[in-house]
Design a protein around this ligand. Structure first.
Ligand code: NAP
Ligand code: ZN
Length: 347
């Protein structure tokens, strides 16, 4: 069926209203009417072709929450009326070693991402959540805990799992000194999860104006435009979660790690700028990357968020405010995630 959406046709074009096609509900599908969709910096990277793999039109959106309106005959985990979520993936082979390990994002045959990814079953490429509805196979749909404010849940489905997953993988908890680099969508949820896991958390930010927010989130702040901050922070951290969305000097940040410290890159997907092997050799430091998280782990993250009352700090916008919202994300001026009220697309 034809539905309304917002998307872009070229790397330098604005987002405009479009009509797109959604498939008929298959036996293992869940059809979801989208109520809210988060705005991730990756939406912008993709539309602007920063990663040189964009397929146009790009219909972004991979922080999707909505209501089930139809289920296929073999669907057992969802029923009409359920409030559900869809994150960054909508399909994978489910049989390779990575998928069997619950790492569908690392599927050996490549997971199908929610937007801009070749659709191996239907052909063409996938379209995301800046749209009225989405149809997804049951295995990639998530249950949304009832106690959480549904408007502030969408960012958990990308920003949330992307920060929760490496914290869990590296067993971060009580006694660990964690630094979160960049207080944006990912960063502010990274702070919330690291705090809830019991770590001692510091925000590393270029924005002095965010100091009070960091404090409210329960974190100290280190202002990284202040040269002395790097000196003062030298060797101070066990773990750094790096959410910076652009190429930047890594040596500076690695100097903040103590012996056996780990820096996880979840931000910029780019060639490294400054990176001297001495920054890793001295202190036996680790530099690793991490991509979102698997489906079971995303459900686990939602249960953890439910237990600890964690949702995103959001600014709600209408669909036609999206181009301005993107400008503000690029200017690091969002506190701390835009969420689109998808009712506004219908209207
Ligand atoms: P965001 O809301 O724009 O936040 C990024 C923050 O980084 C900004 O708020 C800013 O914080 C800081 N920053 C921006 N430019 C900087 C610069 N030049 N130098 C140092 N710090 C800078 O973006 P987001 O949605 O959190 O996404 C962050 C990155 O993660 C994006 O590149 C996105 O594509 C990527 N991502 C990766 C995954 C994954 O699976 N690995 C998943 C989702 C997103 P301050 O104002 O505090 O400095
Ligand atoms: Zn994202």
């Amino acid at each position: 069926m034809t539905i309304k959406a917002f998307g872009t046709t070229a790397s330098d074009a604005p987002l405009i209203p479009m009509d797109i096609e959604r498939r008929d509900t298959r036996e293992n599908d869940v059809k979801i009417n989208i109520t809210f969709c988060g705005v991730c910096h990756s939406d912008i990277h993709t539309a602007h072709n920063d990663w040189k793999n964009a397929r146009y039109p790009v219909i972004p959106g991979h922080e999707i929450v909505g209501k089930v309106v139809e289920v296929g005959s073999t669907v057992s985990k969802f029923k009409v009326g359920d409030v559900v979520g869809v994150g960054c993936m909508v399909d994978s082979c489910l049989t390779c070693e990575a998928c069997l390990d619950g790492d569908e994002q690392h599927c050996h045959k490549r997971a199908t991402m929610t937007y801009g990814s070749p659709d191996k079953v239907s052909g063409g490429h996938t379209h995301g959540g800046y749209s009225q509805s989405i149809t997804v196979r049951e295995e990639f749909v998530l249950h949304i805990p009832e106690n959480l404010d549904v408007k502030a849940v969408p960012p958990l489905l990308c920003a949330g799992i992307t920060t929760y997953s490496p914290l869990k993988h590296f067993n971060i908890g009580k006694g660990h000194k964690v630094g979160v680099i960049g207080l944006g969508g990912l960063g502010h949820l990274g702070v919330k999860f690291a705090k809830a896991l019991g770590a001692d958390v510091t925000v590393l930010s270029r924005s002095p104006g965010k100091e009070a927010d960091a404090q409210e989130l329960g974190a100290d702040t280190l202002i990284t435009t202040d040269k002395d901050a790097f000196k003062a922070g030298r060797g101070r951290f066990d773990f750094l979660l790096n959410t910076v969305p652009v190429p930047h000097n890594l040596d500076m940040y690695l100097s903040l790690l103590g012996r056996n410290g780990t820096m996880v890159i979840v931000g910029a997907i780019e060639p490294f700028q400054g990176l001297h092997s001495g920054s890793l050799i001295g202190g036996r430091k680790r530099l690793v990357g991490s991509a979102i998280g698997g489906i079971a782990e995303t459900q686990e993250m939602l249960e953890f968020a439910s237990k600890h009352g964690i949702v995103s700090d959001i600014e709600m916008i209408d669909m036609d405010e999206i181009n301005h919202a993107w400008e503000r994300v690029m200017a690091s001026d969002v506190r701390y995630r835009f969420v689109i009220d998808m009712q506004s697309l219908k209207d």
